[in-house]
Ligand binder design. Structure first.
Ligand code: ATP
Length: 226
C-alpha cells in the first residue's frame, strides 16, 4: 500500500458490517449514533455475503439486503453498501477494505466499526494484521467486557489506540474505543420469537416486519428460508 497522506483527510467514511439477519433497531441506532457523535460524512451498512467466520444463515443474502434497504428507506443518514454481496465465495473484511481503499484513494478516512467481542476475536480473521493499515477500527465497548492486558490484541491496542480526532486527521491506522449503550435486541432473539409464534413488533422497523411476514421468514429455526 502507498504511504497514507499526512494532510487532513478529504472525507470520512464509516462501515458497519454484519449479517443483519434480520436488521433491527439495535443495529440502526448504533450506526446512527456513531455517525452523529463521531461526525462521519458517510455511514454505510455492509451486509455480509457468506460470513467467513460465522455459520451461513438460512435466509438468502438477497433477502437480508432487501430488508436492510427497507429499513434505510427513510433514513438519508445511513447508506447500504452491497459490495460484499457482489463477490463470489467467502467474505473477508480485509479484501473488502482493500477494494474500498483502491477505489477511494489515500486521502479518505475509512473506519470499520465493530463490537469489542469482535476485536477480541480479531487474530482469527484472515490477514488480520493488515486491517489496521487499511482502515481505522472503531470499537464499541459493551458493559461487562474487559480489555485484554496481554497478547496480540493488547499489543495491537497499545500500538494503535487513538482518539476521535484521529479519524479526521489520518486515513487509517488508529483504534478508537467508544463506550455506548446497546439496545437489548438481537437478531437471534427476533428469529426465535418468530419461530415460537410470538411477535417481534417494536424491535425492528414495521416495513421489515411486513417483509418477514410476506416471505414467511424465520418460521422454523431449522428451516432454510426462501
Ligand atoms: P445475531 O443475534 O444473529 O448474532 P446480531 O443482532 O448480533 O445477530 P449481527 O448482524 O451479527 O447482529 O451484528 C452486526 C453488528 O451489529 C455487530 O457489530 C454487532 O456487534 C452489532 N450489534 C448487534 N446487536 C446490537 C445491538 N443491540 N445494538 C448495537 N449493536 C448491535
Amino acid at each position: 500500500m502507498s504511504t497514507p497522506s499526512l494532510e487532513p483527510v478529504r472525507k470520512t467514511i464509516a462501515l458497519f458490517g454484519g449479517t443483519f439477519n434480520p436488521v433491527h433497531f439495535g443495529h440502526l441506532r448504533m450506526a446512527l449514533e456513531l455517525k452523529e457523535v463521531l461526525g462521519f460524512d458517510e455511514m454505510r451498512l455492509l451486509p455480509s455475503h457468506q460470513p467467513a467466520h460465522r455459520v451461513e444463515p438460512g435466509v438468502t443474502a438477497r433477502a437480508r439486503s432487501e430488508m436492510l434497504a427497507l429499513a434505510l428507506e427513510r433514513c438519508p443518514e445511513l447508506q447500504l453498501d452491497e459490495r460484499e454481496l457482489q463477490r463470489e465465495g467467502p467474505t473477508y473484511t480485509v479484501d473488502t477494505l482493500e477494494t474500498l481503499r483502491a477505489e477511494l484513494g489515500d486521502e479518505v478516512s475509512i473506519s470499520f466499526c465493530m463490537g469489542l467481542d469482535s476485536l477480541l476475536g480479531l487474530p482469527g480473521w484472515h490477514r488480520w494484521e493488515q486491517l489496521i493499515e487499511l482502515a481505522h477500527l472503531v470499537v464499541v465497548t459493551r458493559p461487562g467486557w474487559q480489555l485484554p492486558l496481554q497478547g496480540e490484541v493488547a499489543d495491537l491496542l497499545s500500538a494503535h489506540r487513538g482518539e476521535a480526532e484521529d479519524l479526521k486527521r489520518s486515513a487509517a491506522g488508529r483504534i478508537l474505543l467508544r463506550e455506548q449503550t446497546l439496545l437489548p435486541i438481537s437478531a437471534t432473539g427476533i428469529r426465535s420469537l418468530i419461530a415460537s409464534g410470538r411477535s417481534p413488533q417494536y424491535l425492528l422497523p414495521e416495513r421489515v416486519l411486513d417483509y418477514i411476514q410476506t416471505h414467511q421468514l424465520y418460521k422454523s429455526e431449522n428451516q432454510e428460508n426462501l
